[in-house]
Design a protein around this ligand. Structure first.
Ligand SMILES: NC(=O)C1=CN([C@@H]2O[C@H](COP(=O)(O)OP(=O)(O)OC[C@H]3O[C@@H](n4cnc5c(N)ncnc54)[C@H](OP(=O)(O)O)[C@@H]3O)[C@@H](O)[C@H]2O)C=CC1
Ligand SMILES: N[C@@H](CCO)C(=O)O
Length: 443
C-alpha cells in the first residue's frame, strides 16, 4: 500500500477560530485522514503575542510571531488566514497567493473589500482562495450556492448572517434584557468581532451579503452602495409590539434579483418578519439563509453562525477541498476562479435604486402626550401617502408617550421625508425610528 502524503498547514492566527481548527482536526483526525487519503500536520502557528496563555497547547517549535514562517515557507502547502482585519491579513494573503499557495480564510471583511483582487492573484499564480467559513459560520452556504444549487438562478436569498446580533436580539426578546447586558456574554462565547462595531452596526453581515451576492450573481457590490443598518436602535418595546402584531425583529440580509429589469438589490437592516416564516424562528447564535432558486424552489439552511467549533468545521471543510486539490482534483467547476462564467452572470446587471424600495414599515415616534398629536402625525404621514395599518401607544411616567405605528405599503423616499418632517415638530421628541417589514412573498 502506498504511503499517505503529509499535507503541511500553517495557521496565521490562533485565537477563537485558529484554536478550534487545531482542536477539531485532532479530535477527528483518523476519520478525516482516512476520508482525505492524506495526513494533516499543522506545523506552524503564528500569533501576535506569543507569550499569551491559550486553551489549546501547541508544541513550542510550531509557535512564533513571524508570519514568514507560514507565508514564505516552501514546506507549507495550505495557509489558513485566521487573524482577521484588512491590514496585515491583506498583505500576507497577497504574498501567499503570489507564491501560488492555497489560502483558506474566514475573513469576510477582507473578501468583501479585496476579494476581486485576491481571487485574481490566485488565478494568475495557480493557487486557490477558499472561504467557506467567511459566511454564516458552520452553514455550508458557499458550497451550497456554488455547487449544490448550480442548476439555479437566484431570485431571492435572504436571512440572518450575524450570530452576535441574533444572539443579542433573542435574549432581549426572551429575557427582557438590554442590549449591553447581553453583549458581554456574546463576547465570552467568542462570537463577537475584535471590532464589535462590525457586528452591532450590521457591517459584518453586510460583508457576508456582498460575498453571497457575488457568488450568486457575479457582481461585486461596494458597502457604500447598499443599505447597511445595525441593531443599535432596536429596543425591548419594539420587540414587544412586533411580537403582539405577529412579527419578530431580525437583522436581515436581502439579496434580490429582478431578472426582467436585470437589477440587483443587496441590503442589510433590521426588519419585522412574520413569525410564520422559518427564518423568524432562527434564534440565538444560529444563522439562517433562505435561498430561492428558479429550479429547486426555496431551500432554507440553518446552523450556528459563529463560535469556535461551528466556524472551524467550515475551515476544515476548505482544508479538505485544498487537500483534494493538492492531490490533483480540479478546483470547483463553477467557482470564483471561473471569471468568464461570473462576468456572464453579471452582464448588464445594475443595482436597483434604493429609494424605490417599497413595502410596509414600522415607526416608533416619541411624543409629548398632548391633544391633537396623533392627528398631526397622521397629517404629516398622509402628505407622503403613508397610511396607518396599526397604532399602539405606550404612555410614560414623564408625561410623554411612544407611538408605535405600522404602515400600509410605502417606500424608502416617502418614509425618509416623513421622518425628517416629524423630527422637526415641537411635539416630537428626538428622531423617529423606523424598521422595514419584510415579506419574502412580495419580493
Ligand atoms: N469568532 C467567530 O465566531 C468567527 C470568526 N470569523 C473570522 O475569523 C477570523 C478570526 O477570528 P477570531 O478567531 O474570532 O479572532 P481572534 O481575535 O480570537 O484571533 C485572532 C488571532 O490572530 C492573531 N493576530 C492578529 N493580528 C496579528 C498579526 N498582525 N500578526 C500575527 N497574528 C495576529 C491573534 O494573535 P494573539 O492571539 O497573539 O492576539 C489571534 O491569535 C476573523 O476574520 C473573523 O472575522 C469568522 C467566522 C466566525
Ligand atoms: N462576529 C461574527 C462571527 C461569524 O462570522 C458573527 O457574530 O456572526
Amino acid at each position: 500500500m502506498s504511503e499517505k502524503r503529509t499535507i503541511r498547514i500553517g495557521l496565521l492566527g490562533f485565537g477563537v477560530v485558529g484554536q478550534g481548527v487545531w482542536k477539531n482536526i485532532d479530535k477527528n483526525r483518523s476519520a478525516l485522514e482516512y476520508r482525505l487519503g492524506a495526513e494533516l500536520a499543522i506545523t506552524q502557528v503564528v500569533v501576535k503575542d506569543a507569550s499569551k496563555a491559550r486553551e489549546v497547547q501547541v508544541p513550542a517549535e510550531c509557535y512564533s510571531d513571524d508570519p514568514a514562517r507560514v507565508v514564505d515557507n516552501p514546506e507549507i502547502d495550505i495557509v489558513c488566514e485566521l487573524m482577521g482585519g484588512t491590514g496585515k491579513a491583506l498583505e500576507l494573503t497577497r504574498r501567499a497567493l503570489q507564491q501560488g499557495k492555497i489560502v483558506v480564510t474566514a475573513n469576510k471583511a477582507l473578501i468583501c473589500e479585496h476579494g476581486e483582487e485576491l481571487f485574481e492573484i490566485a488565478r494568475q499564480n495557480g493557487g486557490h482562495y477558499f472561504f467557506e467559513a467567511s459566511v454564516a459560520g458552520g452553514i455550508p452556504i458557499i458550497k451550497t450556492i456554488r455547487e449544490a444549487l448550480v442548476a439555479n438562478r437566484f431570485k431571492l436569498i435572504f436571512g440572518i448572517l450575524n450570530g452576535t446580533s441574533n444572539y443579542i436580539l433573542t435574549r432581549m426578546e426572551r429575557e427582557g434584557l438590554s442590549f449591553d447586558a447581553t453583549l458581554g456574554d456574546a463576547r465570552k462565547l467568542g462570537y463577537v468581532e475584535a471590532d464589535e462595531a462590525l457586528d452591532l452596526d450590521g457591517i459584518d453581515a453586510a460583508h457576508k451579503a456582498v460575498i453571497l451576492a457575488y457568488l450568486a450573481h457575479g457582481k461585486w457590490v461596494g458597502l457604500d452602495q447598499i443599505i447597511c443598518e445595525g441593531i443599535r436602535d432596536i429596543t425591548g418595546e419594539d420587540i414587544e409590539i412586533a411580537g403582539q402584531l405577529g412579527y419578530k425583529i431580525k437583522l436581515l440580509a436581502v439579496i434580490a434579483r429582478d431578472f426582467e429589469a436585470n437589477q440587483l438589490s443587496v441590503r442589510l437592516h433590521p426588519a419585522l418578519i412574520s413569525k410564520q416564516e422559518v427564518i423568524a424562528g432562527v434564534d440565538e447564535v444560529y444563522n439562517g439563509v433562505s435561498v430561492t432558486g428558479d429550479v429547486v424552489g426555496t431551500t432554507v439552511l440553518i446552523g450556528r453562525g459563529a463560535g469556535q467549533d461551528a466556524t472551524s468545521s467550515s475551515v476544515i471543510s476548505d482544508i479538505a477541498d485544498a487537500v483534494f486539490m493538492l492531490q490533483g482534483a480540479p478546483a470547483p467547476a463553477i467557482s470564483e476562479e471561473d471569471e468568464a462564467t461570473y462576468q456572464k452572470l453579471a452582464d448588464g446587471l445594475e443595482l436597483a435604486p434604493q429609494d424605490q424600495l417599497a413595502g410596509r414599515y414600522y415607526l416608533r415616534i416619541h411624543v409629548k402626550d398632548e391633544e391633537g398629536v396623533l392627528a398631526k402625525i397622521s397629517d404629516i404621514l398622509a402628505k407622503e401617502h403613508i397610511s396607518f395599518a396599526t397604532v399602539n401607544q405606550k404612555e410614560l411616567e414623564d408625561g410623554t408617550a411612544k407611538l408605535m405605528v405600522t404602515t400600509h405599503k410605502s417606500n424608502e423616499a416617502a418614509i425618509a421625508r416623513a421622518k425628517a418632517v416629524l423630527a422637526a415638530q415641537s411635539s416630537v421628541i428626538g428622531a423617529p425610528v423606523s424598521f422595514r417589514i419584510f415579506d419574502p412573498s412580495k419580493v
